[in-house]
Write a protein that binds this ligand. Structure first.
Ligand SMILES: [Zn+2]
Length: 415
């Protein structure tokens, strides 16, 4: 009888695991490198595949790609390190009502190894929303979005390219040169202070407990005022940074989430007047101190409630936070763990527009269980993000170390 109950509980547990059909199609655009025929010096072509959904075609908040004053035929190009099998795409046109307007027409082209070929499809043009083109699947390493300008220059805010799961899901197939160093890293992880199999508060655990998202509290340990706009820019930069690690996992080895949304549910401050907004879009915690810094309420924090239940959190479990983004005035460097990331508030604010906020990226890596490399270097490697001071973006070796953690831990989630 006892054994029967155990079996029932096990089955129930498996039912909570997301089904693989959740990942039937994956947006593979974030894995690509974006380039363009021309980019205005104040715009950034990396905007088109940074995973940020625009609010409207004249988006003033997020990064954009625009060609002003260049008109005529302009293009943006997504290039992948390996071939993708793509069967639909979505684009979001940039239109500021002035120097950059919607195109008169557009089309997609794939690279066949020698030349670009038009992909036959219907290509509608509208603003203030994604437009979709669907077509018989093409397998290619390059997707080019060609825009024919009308009365002004042209641009794009975001592009999504969708690949079927079966084609997009890759298994454990690291480049041959990385097999030995990855094995060294995993043995180092296993022999460290923390048993990776027993530890249950990695970013992996947090994302799985939430069904594919992550919640944050911002600990604002600074007297500097925060406008609503700065609040939202910090949220966007955090989402973009977290997303860079998650893009490494999308479509890889059974990982079920094409995207992992980052939600900032709370801000913690010493003095409410520091926060210059009146809306209630986030919970505000005033004067709840720990480590001589403001924190969001402990009953809402995953670090303090690792069972994943938040019975004493005002607002309930939807207001819980998994990690804290702890921003300290005057701090150099950073710290990171399962509790979140700590960096200098000035450092973050000064780098909100950077493609790679590298100290924050490094500390987020620790949240998933990646180690530091202060006193050793894996065979054949020199420079990567987790070896502080040797790289400022996620390298191929960083990406494979993250995937290797998933490979070793995924069975606990039924994968
Ligand atoms: Zn570190």
């Amino acid at each position: 009888m006892r054994r029967l109950f155990a079996v029932v509980a096990l089955l129930a547990g498996f039912l909570l695991v997301p089904t693989r059909s959740d990942a039937a199609v994956v947006n593979v655009a974030p894995w690509a490198t974006a380039t363009a025929s021309y980019t205005s010096p104040w715009e950034n072509v990396a905007a088109i595949n940074d995973g940020v959904d625009p609010s409207r075609s004249n988006d003033l908040r997020n990064r954009r790609w625009g060609t002003w004053p260049q008109a005529g035929e302009q293009w943006a190009l997504l290039t992948w390190p390996s071939a993708q099998t793509i069967s639909s795409a979505q684009v979001y046109f940039f239109d500021d009502g002035g120097g950059v307007r919607e195109p008169v027409s557009w089309r997609l082209q794939s690279w066949d190894g020698a030349a670009y070929a038009d992909i036959p499809a219907a290509y509608p043009v509208t603003v203030d929303g994604y437009v979709t083109a669907s077509f018989p699947a093409v397998t290619t390493t390059r997707l080019r979005i060609v825009l024919e300008s009308g009365k002004a220059a042209v641009g794009l805010l975001e592009v999504k390219a969708f690949a079927d799961t079966a084609a997009a899901q890759s298994g454990w197939n690291p480049p041959a040169a990385l097999v030995t160093p990855l094995d060294e890293v995993w043995r180092h992880t296993e022999s460290g202070d923390r048993d990776p199999y027993g530890f249950r508060n990695f970013g992996w655990d947090q994302i799985m407990a939430n069904g594919g998202s992550i919640n944050y509290c911002v600990r604002w340990d600074s007297p500097a005022p925060v406008s609503a706009e700065l609040r939202d820019r910090i949220h966007a930069a955090l989402g973009r940074s977290f997303g860079k690690w998650m893009n490494v996992m999308a479509g890889h080895d059974g990982w079920p989430y094409a995207e992992v949304p980052v939600k900032v549910v709370g801000w913690a401050v010493r003095d409410r007047a520091t926060l210059q907004w009146d809306d209630d879009s986030v919970d505000v915690y005033v004067g709840d101190m720990r480590e001589n810094a403001p924190q969001c309420a402990e009953p809402c924090g995953r670090f303090f409630n690792q069972s994943g239940a938040y019975p004493d959190c005002p607002g309930g479990a939807s207001h819980h936070y998994d990690m804290s983004l702890w921003l300290t005035a005057g701090m150099d460097g950073g710290a990171g763990g399962d509790w979140g990331q700590r960096v200098g508030s000035e450092y973050l604010v000064d780098n909100l527009g950077s493609d790679d906020i590298h100290i924050l990226l490094h500390e987020i890596g620790h949240g998933f269980g990646l180690d530091d490399f202060y006193d050793w270097t894996p065979t054949g490697q020199c420079c990567f993000l987790m070896k502080a001071g040797t790289a400022t973006s996620i390298t191929e070796f960083d990406a494979w170390m993250l995937r290797d953690l998933w490979r070793h831990l995924k069975s606990r989630y039924g994968y």
